[in-house]
Design a protein around this ligand. Structure first.
Ligand code: ZN
Length: 112
């Protein structure tokens, strides 16, 4: 008998508890959604190497794009060695021109 009374009382309480639980779950879900949205807004995506970084990965914006520190280092290295690179390109072009000229002369020589 005593048990039944207890059960009746708890049923009402349980219903109330379930309502609270449901509400809490809804709020938790909302909080989670807000959190994810917040994280997404913090999320950066490197336009060059595709790496994803949150606030902790240093990134700098250029125009609409974000570029990570690793890529900036590579860019700096490239800029620092740009003169040498251009020299190498010029040398290669010069060699190609020379080779083509040589081949052209050979072709002409054969024709003659
Ligand atoms: Zn990058």
């Amino acid at each position: 008998m005593r048990r039944t009374v207890h059960m009746k009382r708890t049923t009402e309480k349980e219903a109330e508890a379930k309502k609270v639980e449901l509400l809490e779950n809804v709020l938790k879900g909302q909080a989670m959604e807000n959190y994810i949205e917040h994280r997404t807004s913090e999320m950066r995506h490197c336009a060059l190497c595709d790496s994803i970084g949150y606030k902790r990965r240093p990134m700098k914006q250029v125009g609409q794009k974000w570029v990570c520190i690793n890529c900036w280092r590579q860019i700096r290295e490239t800029i620092d060695t740009l003169d040498r690179w251009e020299e190498e390109i010029a040398l290669k072009e010069e060699m190609e021109r020379t080779i083509k000229k040589g081949l052209g002369l050979q072709g002409q020589a054969r024709k003659d």
